[in-house]
Design a binder for this molecule. Structure first.
Ligand SMILES: [Zn+2]
Length: 56
């Protein structure tokens, strides 16, 4: 299982698939494509479209 990280291009928030976003109901290990479309950046409310995959 390979996890990826996605970064909000607006504020720099990092979504780590391995960590998920437990405060907002996204379980650890949730793949980016399985994150609901209505999920938004916890820091700036950007949509998933505003995230880009980053190499870590
Ligand atoms: Zn953001």
């Amino acid at each position: 299982m390979e996890y990826k990280t996605y970064m909000c291009v607006i504020c720099g928030y990092m979504y780590d698939e391995e960590a998920g976003d437990q405060e907002h109901g996204i379980a650890p290990g949730t793949k980016w494509e399985d994150v609901p479309m209505n999920w938004t950046c916890p820091e700036c409310d950007a949509k998933k479209d505003d995230f880009e995959m980053v190499e870590v």
